[in-house]
Design a protein around this ligand. Structure first.
Ligand code: GLU
Length: 298
């Protein structure tokens, strides 16, 4: 059966938060999602996830886009800015509240047990004396099973990971979990390729797709890039910006982290990228954490 092209065509994305400069781990995530989209003859999008002003670093979005372009990673459609999609985030929130899948919660962090798992305090209505602060998604005991393109079979149970989780924060901002699902669905993303640090969130996100009645994309979680001590590189904690590193070396190392080694004779950035587009094979990408490209002591 032929499906309309708009529904069947591969659509992937890279979705950085503008909380700092891109680092080597971000380059690996951007490159992995780009190469997978190219190999599937699909479309690759970039969405700046700028809906958390307290964590945003002024100028970071522009500089992330500039860095991506320097590596030849240019999106096939205009860059999306998540902050422009407030209306549809609010609509999704209302939908979940109206059909009872979400509820108002009056708890602060102090009210939660040490394991952080929500004990269900407000799920049947705000207890007397409590005022609404956040909105939480009501999770049931379901186990969410999915097959990750690199990490293999996964089984996650949101009830034991987090319990009912926040979809609108106490400061009024829409939480990442809801925004990412609403915007990936709106952009008709067919496969999410991102770092393995987000693997744990995937069960909650797949659960949200069900609650919102939207088709869920496939998932591929790339190896996590760690420093010499095994800690994840992070933009907000000041990992060495990729912008300041030699781009040809960084690209070669990023491809190596993804299990691909361009021939030594290919020295230019564009020839290495072209080689990678032609030779990309998802089954060559390692699953486990990787410390390639990270210089000790930085
Ligand atoms: N914005 C998230 C980040 O920068 C990534 C979101 C995603 O890929 O799902 O970590």
């Amino acid at each position: 059966m032929n499906q309309p092209t708009s529904l069947s065509r591969y659509r992937g994305r890279f979705a950085p938060s503008p909380t700092g400069e891109l680092h080597f781990g971000s380059l690996v995530a951007a490159l992995g999602s780009f190469l997978q989209a190219r190999a599937r003859e699909g479309c690759w999008l970039v969405r700046i996830e700028d809906i958390d002003p307290p964590r945003e670093v002024p100028g970071a979005a522009g500089s992330q886009l500039k860095t991506l372009a320097e590596f030849g990673l240019v999106p096939d459609e205009p860059v999306l800015y998540q902050s422009r999609f407030g209306t549809r985030h609010a609509q999704a929130l209302q939908q979940l509240l109206a059909n009872g899948k979400a509820f108002l919660c009056g708890c602060s962090r102090r009210d939660l047990p040490a394991d952080g798992i929500y004990p269900g305090t407000c799920r049947d209505g705000l207890p007397p004396g409590k005022k609404a602060r956040s909105v939480r998604l009501r999770v049931n005991g379901q186990t969410i099973d999915f097959v990750d393109g690199i990490q293999g079979s996964q089984s996650q149970r949101p009830a034991s990971q987090t319990g009912d989780f926040v979809i609108r924060r106490a400061d009024g901002l829409i939480a990442y979990q809801l925004a990412v699902v609403v915007d990936d669905a709106a952009a008709a993303i067919t496969e999410v390729v991102r770092g393995a640090d987000l693997l744990d969130s995937t069960g909650r996100q797949l659960y949200l797709y069900r609650c919102l009645n939207r088709p869920a994309p496939d998932h591929v979680h790339l190896p996590m890039i760690v420093d010499a001590d095994g800690n994840k590189l992070s933009k907000s904690s000041g990992a060495d910006p990729i912008q300041r590193q030699d781009h040809k070396t960084a690209l070669r190392l990023a491809l190596r982290a993804l299990g691909h080694e361009p021939p030594a004779g290919l020295t230019s950035l564009s020839s290495q990228l072209a080689w990678a587009c032609q030779n990309w094979q998802l089954d060559k990408v390692p699953a486990g954490p990787c410390a390639i490209g990270v210089q000790p002591g930085r």
